[in-house]
Design a protein. Structure first.
Length: 378
């Protein structure tokens, strides 16, 4: 079996392209995902991605976990967590004279300190893939599958601009001058609905976890000591808040919270708003379609909404990428055949997409029938 850790260090330690090629040719790659371990994934991504600056990354220890901010994980009492978070953020603001966004990011980034643990709706990401490799493998155990997500900056901007207001705006908060954040080249996705990014589902690469195997690359400062160091004024500041301020009777007017309801289902109207935006980008206007075609597009959004709100459907089928792919497919097919949009094509595309996981087929059929009860699959 290839020692991927040694190969990775050899590859990264040379600038000679011929030597890099020789190192790659001397290895026996697993050839498919999940990769054998985090170092094989790191080597593959380094070769494939290079030093591109348009990407953000996020590492998660378990690929089965949803992309969800800590505030919405598990059975946490969101109201109580919001009160605690608000107290911490207001204290940091008053002490440091910074904006709410910066204070929120500071609280988020030091929330792993047990004494001052808080939950926020921010999602950690990083500009440096090696940092994502570290956090993806940290705490991993045999039998688990870790994952590294890739968020393209352009797609993040596009997602934010196409998001209906009722789901909350998507933007990236990247505070400066905070040592721990700067060492991790960290940023934070600021959005309100916990399912929004899961629906977007960026690119992801998975790998097999192994006991005590954590990705570290000291030449770039990627090590436990450097990335997890919590010493300094921000740690002391939050500990002082915990000891001297919390719990305080903070009035609701001082609460910080997502600007919109973060727990409701994403309804078909929300998806229809996104689809209308995509249509405009394609040079088309929703009102210009016939009444029957508008109904087809609306029913497409109803199908996708019910797929997304189901706990039984594969996440690959419920993404915004899938919705956009289906939309573009039915439009291009109708134009090529010089006919109107057809719900038959919607069904055909989802039927094709569900073929990736045939266990979804029955659920997809039931959802389609719930949208159009008279539809026949014969």
């Amino acid at each position: 079996m290839t020692n991927w850790e040694d190969v990775y260090f050899q590859y990264r330690s040379t600038n000679d392209p011929i030597e890099k090629q020789r190192i790659i040719q001397s290895t026996e790659r697993s050839g498919s995902e999940p990769f054998e371990n985090i170092y094989e994934l790191a080597l593959t991504m380094n070769r494939a991605m290079g030093d591109r600056e348009e990407w953000y990354y996020r590492g998660q220890r378990n690929s089965e976990w949803k992309i969800k901010p800590s505030l919405f994980r598990g059975n946490s009492d969101v109201d109580c967590e919001i009160k605690r978070l608000s107290s911490a953020v207001r204290f940091v603001q008053s002490e440091l004279r910074v904006s709410q966004d910066i204070a929120l990011a500071i609280v988020q980034h030091y929330s792993d300190i047990p004494e001052v643990k808080t939950r926020t709706w921010l999602l950690d990401i990083t500009r440096r893939p090696e940092v994502a490799f570290f956090f993806a493998s940290l705490g991993g155990t045999d039998g688990e599958t870790g994952v590294v997500y890739l968020f393209k900056e352009y797609e993040m901007d596009r997602l934010g601009s196409s998001t209906p207001k009722q789901l909350g705006q998507v933007d990236v908060v990247s505070p400066k001058g905070i040592p721990r954040i700067e060492r991790q080249q960290a940023a934070f996705i600021n959005h309100s609905h916990p399912e929004l990014l899961q629906g977007y589902l960026p690119l992801n690469w998975s790998f097999e976890q192994h006991d005590d195997l954590v990705f570290e690359y000291p030449p770039l400062g990627v090590s436990k000591k450097n990335l997890l160091d919590t010493n300094g004024k921000y740690k002391n500041l939050l500990e002082r808040w915990e000891c001297t301020v919390w719990p305080e009777d903070i009035p609701p007017s001082k609460y910080v919270a997502p600007p919109h309801d973060p727990l409701g289902d994403i309804e078909y109207e929300d998806y229809l708003s996104i689809v209308k935006r995509w249509l405009r980008e394609m040079g088309k206007q929703y009102p210009d379609f016939s009444e029957e075609e508008q109904q087809c597009i609306a029913d497409l959004c109803r199908v996708h909404s019910r797929l997304s709100n189901s706990n039984e459907i594969s996440s690959l089928l419920t993404t915004e990428h899938t919705l956009e792919r289906v939309l573009k497919s039915i439009i291009s097919y109708a134009e090529a055949n010089e006919r109107d949009l057809s719900f038959e094509d919607v069904v055909s595309r989802y039927w094709h997409e569900s073929g990736v996981n045939r266990n979804d087929r029955e659920d997809v059929e039931e959802i389609i029938k719930s949208v159009r009860p008279k539809y026949s699959f014969e």
